[in-house]
Design a protein around this ligand. Structure first.
Ligand code: DAH
Length: 340
């Protein structure tokens, strides 16, 4: 009997229960009518008289300990079930924060997609280029102001200086050097100019250059391609107009405007009350440029165009300050969640 009591005394602190039913089962098992402790009280009656005092004390201690442990377990399972009941499983979950594509990437991808439908493929070239590919082969005369230190970041200043490309037109040259016509490429990339950073200018920005060379490519093809692009990018109502311009690498050259998608041509502060927004430069590839890269200008003609990705994105979303694109403020970036 003594052994049984000491065994139970040792076991009691280790008893556990997962729910109300298990607590009740433990109570019945120990203190119920036929419970092991209750039975010990029956045995106690037959114990020798000289041990009764000590056994009685032990037995009472056991009963108290068992009752305490059962109460403790009962409280524990009650707290647990209250906590479980207070969880509202119909509440919306906490969404894990999700990244977004950068607005400039969204627009770049959109431009690529539009021209892919016209059969263009993506071409890339180095950001650190030589003077020849950025200027020389594109018919820039040696004294052209664009080569000036004030515009261009130079890496070296030898005979054919190494510099950071100031436009993606350099990729045209690389493509013409390596591909036989027909050439139909779109060249997205980063460009660099030594400009003071402001709401309208940055020293690093992005351009997309387009080039199409084949037999019988005409100015009408250029106009139609740009019109198609503008309608895909700015909506089916978009109109374009071409203003005569000058670039060393195209002849004739044009500046392309799209009808203002905000006021629909009526005039607003975005289009400065003209109804038109400038979106790109374009023109027929100058025969000198074709010849410089080994393309027969008697047989082939081509057109080229170049646009700023920041500018297209600003017009599309009415972003008024270019610097937003580079600051990576999530309050700005999160606004483009649905545009991906
Ligand atoms: N490279 C010109 C610039 O950075 C943009 C441009 C104008 C590209 C006319 C062209 C073009 O291909 O035909 O301002």
């Amino acid at each position: 009997m003594r052994n049984k009591i000491t065994q139970l005394l040792a076991d009691i602190p280790h008893l556990t229960a997962k729910n109300k039913e298990e607590v009740e089962a433990l109570r019945v098992q120990l203190l119920g009518k036929r419970g092991s402790i209750t039975m010990l009280f029956d045995d106690f009656k037959q114990a020798p008289a000289e041990e009764k005092r000590e056994l009685g004390q032990l037995l009472n201690q056991l009963k108290v300990k068992a009752a305490e442990q059962i109460n403790r377990l009962r409280e524990q399972v009650e707290i647990q079930s209250e906590a479980a009941a207070s969880i509202d499983t119909s509440m919306p979950g906490q969404a894990a924060p999700l990244g977004t594509r950068h607005p400039l990437s969204i627009v770049r991808n959109e431009i690529i997609d539009i021209f892919k439908h016209l059969g263009y493929t993506v071409a890339e070239g180095p950001e650190v280029e030589d003077d020849y590919h950025v200027f020389g082969a594109l018919n820039f005369p040696p004294e052209h102001p664009a080569r000036d230190m004030q515009d261009t970041f130079f890496v070296t200043t030898d005979e054919n200086p190494i510099l950071l490309r100031t436009h993606t037109s350099s990729v045209q040259v690389r493509a013409m050097e390596t591909q036989e016509p027909p050439v139909r490429i779109i060249c997205p990339g980063r460009v660099f100019r030594n400009e003071a950073i402001s709401a309208r200018a940055h020293c690093i920005f992005h351009q997309v250059e387009g080039l199409y060379i084949d037999e019988n490519v005409s100015f009408a093809d250029l106009k139609q391609s740009i019109l198609y692009f503008s309608r895909e990018m700015f909506g089916a109502e978009a109109q374009i107009r071409l203003r005569p311009s000058y670039f060393p690498f195209t002849e004739p050259s044009a500046e392309v405007d799209v009808s203002c998608n905000i006021c629909k041509g009526k005039g607003c502060n975005i289009c400065k009350y003209t109804g038109w927004l400038e979106i790109m430069g374009a023109g027929m590839v100058d025969p000198n440029v074709l010849e410089a890269s080994g393309i027969d200008s008697q047989k082939y003609t081509g057109f080229a165009f170049g646009m700023g990705i920041e500018r297209i994105a600003m017009l599309k979303w009415q972003v008024k300050d270019l610097r937003h694109y580079f600051e990576n403020d999530v309050r700005f970036l999160n606004q483009f969640k649905t545009a991906m």
